[in-house]
Ligand binder design. Structure first.
Ligand code: GDP
Ligand code: MG
Length: 165
C-alpha cells in the first residue's frame, strides 16, 4: 500500500515529546525522564491514533547546556529529521512557557515548508495552561492543548492530523 506518513515530534527537552511518542507508538520505546535531554538519539516507530497509521519520530532538542559538539550533533540530526518529515509536531510546555532555544527551533522549523502542528503539552489540571498564551509568540499557529501523560486533547490532535491523510 501507500508508504506511511512520517510524523516528527520537535521541541526542547522536557516538554513531553517522548511521553507523546510512547503514547502514539503504543509501546515504551523512548526513554521518559525528568532530566532534560535524555533522548540523545532519535527513535522511530509505527504509531497510530484512532484509525490513522503513521511513522512517528522522537527527537532530542537543545536545552542550551550541551557542549558545542553535542549541540552541533543534535542540530544536524534535527535538520535531517525535518527533511524526512511529512508533518512536524512542534511541542511546547504550556506550564513553563517559551524559552530562547525554542525560538531558535521555531525558526528552523519555519524555514521548511512542511505542515506543522503546534502542540502545547501539560495542559491538565488547574496549573496546566498558565503560560499557554506564550506559545502564540512563536508565530507557528494556534497550539492544540494536550496532556500527553493523561491522554487528554488527543481527539483535537486527531482532528488536526486527519486532513493530511
Ligand atoms: P522530552 O524530553 O520532551 O522527551 O520529555 P519527556 O517525555 O521525557 O517528559 C519530561 C517530563 O515531563 C517527565 O517528567 C514527564 O513525566 C513529564 N510530562 C510529560 N507529559 C506530561 C503531561 O502531559 N503533563 C505533565 N504534568 N507532565 C508531563
Ligand atoms: Mg525525550
Amino acid at each position: 500500500g501507500e508508504p506511511l506518513l512520517k510524523l516528527v515530534i520537535l521541541g526542547r527537552p522536557n516538554v513531553g515529546k517522548s511521553t507523546l511518542f510512547n503514547r502514539l507508538a503504543g509501546r515504551k520505546l523512548a526513554i521518559v525522564h525528568n532530566h532534560p535531554g535524555v533522548t540523545r538519539d532519535w527513535r522511530e516507530a509505527e504509531g497510530k491514533l484512532a484509525d490513522l497509521h503513521f511513522h512517528i519520530c522522537d527527537t532530542a532538542g537543545l536545552d542550551g547546556f550541551e557542549s558545542p559538539e553535542i549541540k552541533e550533533q543534535i542540530t544536524q540530526q534535527t535538520s535531517q529529521l525535518i527533511q524526512k518529515a511529512d508533518i512536524l509536531l512542534f511541542m511546547t510546555d504550556a506550564r513553563e512557557g517559551i524559552t530562547s532555544s525554542e525560538v531558535m527551533l521555531a525558526q528552523q522549523a519555519r524555514l521548511t515548508e512542511k505542515p506543522l502542528i503546534m502542540i502545547a503539552n501539560k495542559c491538565e489540571g488547574r496549573e496546566g495552561r498558565q503560560n499557554l498564551y506564550e506559545v502564540y509568540r512563536l508565530g507557528l499557529g494556534d497550539p492544540i492543548p494536550v496532556s500527553a501523560e493523561h491522554g487528554e486533547g488527543l481527539d483535537d490532535l486527531y482532528q488536526a492530523l486527519v486532513p493530511y491523510f
